[in-house]
Design a protein around this ligand. Structure first.
Ligand code: GLN
Length: 390
């Protein structure tokens, strides 16, 4: 039968993790922590299971968890979502993304994405019958030609918007660059969309990983944008439990109603004991409030040691990813395309990374690869030792 996704292979994250395992490489590719989550969180899930919370939960998620999510968003971003009509628990961020897209995009609709873009966006749009319209993130360079900051391509975005634009996907903090949106960016987006019926999917799964005292600017903090946005976040990222696959989507009631029509036949519900455990854990705000410091220490350690290598570092204001330019390394492999370079780095040097070209549809080579620093210091130190040998 004709493939629904003829141009799609296996996601790069799975490919690189498999290659890393095969070659016993240190896996700084796929984004996940190599350290344990809090035992108290596991204890809470355990208690929930022993208390027989093991049957289907409500389709939209258990009340305690939705109430906790509403409180968190209210505390951090001063927007009140009604937990009953505006918040839905999902099986991770990626399911939230697909379900949002399936619920509002159809044949003939256009969806704007900003590349480099997370690899699930485009196939999800195509499955819905929509068309992905990619614009590229711009970079500002310093006098040495190094990337100093990222700039949202406002002109290209303005040109891309037309009456067929059903949805625009934004992602802050941004995977893979770590770029974060500022308040002025949200203002500009709101004015760009003012007289349109374009909706926004805001992927904020790295919301608690913003550094140097900066603030995360959520669409929830912007009333005009909140009124047309699906906000997505992930407990896997926040609580170091990527394998649990629990996240949420918050959106105005009219959007949530459409979202839930699809969600109920997509996953129906999300596992019950994890929801109870997370609901109880979420009430202790310190866990997410401490996350920026926790990850900044890792980022700073990783960056300080990377300075001793020939890799040129790109700025990392957010996320747990560090992008590096390898083209100035004094080795023949510095001329390889990104995917080949990552393969070589994994199999011959023993450190797995993700080629940034995987975040583009059209062949794009910028000589940049992504490392994940959500690792124990000893893991980072061993990887750095190998990188410093280049
Ligand atoms: N978001 C994670 C990353 O960019 C991986 C998620 C996945 O593997 N699907 O590494």
């Amino acid at each position: 039968f004709p493939s629904r996704l003829p141009n799609v292979g296996t996601t790069i994250f799975t490919v690189m993790s498999a290659l890393a395992a095969e070659h016993q490489a240190i896996n700084l590719g796929q984004g996940f922590p190599d350290f344990p989550c809090d035992r108290n969180l596991i204890g809470k899930v355990n208690e929930a299971m022993l208390a027989d919370h093991n049957q289907y939960p409500p389709m939209i998620g258990i009340g305690d968890l939705r109430n906790g999510i509403a409180k968190k968003i209210g505390d951090l971003y001063q927007h009140h979502y009604d937990p009953d009509t505006e918040i839905t628990v999902t099986a991770g961020g990626t399911q939230g993304i697909l379900t949002v897209i399936l619920s509002c995009v159809g044949p003939g609709d256009e969806v704007i994405i900003i590349e480099p873009a997370y690899d699930s966006y485009r196939p999800s749009i195509e499955l819905a019958g929509g068309k992905a319209i990619a614009v590229s993130l711009e970079t500002m360079r310093d006098q040495n030609g190094q990337v100093a900051s990222y700039v949202i391509p406002w002109e290209a975005l303005t040109k891309a918007i037309n009456p067929k634009t059903r949805l625009m996907i934004i992602n802050t903090p941004h995977n893979p660059t770590g770029m974060v949106w500022q308040k002025a960016d949200l203002d500009r987006l709101a004015s760009l969309l003012k007289n349109t019926s374009t909706l926004v999917l805001s992927d904020e799964v790295y919301e608690h990983m913003v550094y140097d005292g900066a603030k995360h600017h959520s669409v929830a903090s912007h009333p005009e944008l909140a009124a047309r946005s699906f906000l997505i976040s992930s407990f896997g990222k926040t609580y170091h439990v990527t394998g649990w696959k629990v996240g949420y989507v918050a959106a105005p009631a009219s959007l949530t109603a459409e979202f839930r029509k699809v969600h109920q036949f997509n996953v129906f519900t999300v596992n019950t004991p994890m929801q109870y455990g997370l609901a109880s854990y979420l009430s202790e705000a310190a866990h997410y409030l401490n996350l920026p410091d926790f990850y900044q220490a890792k980022r700073d350690f990783f960056r300080a040691e990377l300075e001793k290598t020939g890799f040129k570092q790109l700025p990392t204001p957010g996320t747990y990813f560090q992008c590096v330019d390898y083209t100035a390394l004094n080795i023949p492999e510095a001329k390889l395309p990104e995917a080949e370079f990552c393969k070589w780095l994994t199999t011959e040097v023993g450190v797995a990374a993700i080629p940034v070209s995987a975040f583009y549809q059209k062949p794009t080579e910028s000589g940049v690869v992504r490392f994940c620093f959500a690792k124990q210091e000893k893991t980072l130190a061993s990887a750095l030792q190998r990188l410093q040998s280049l």
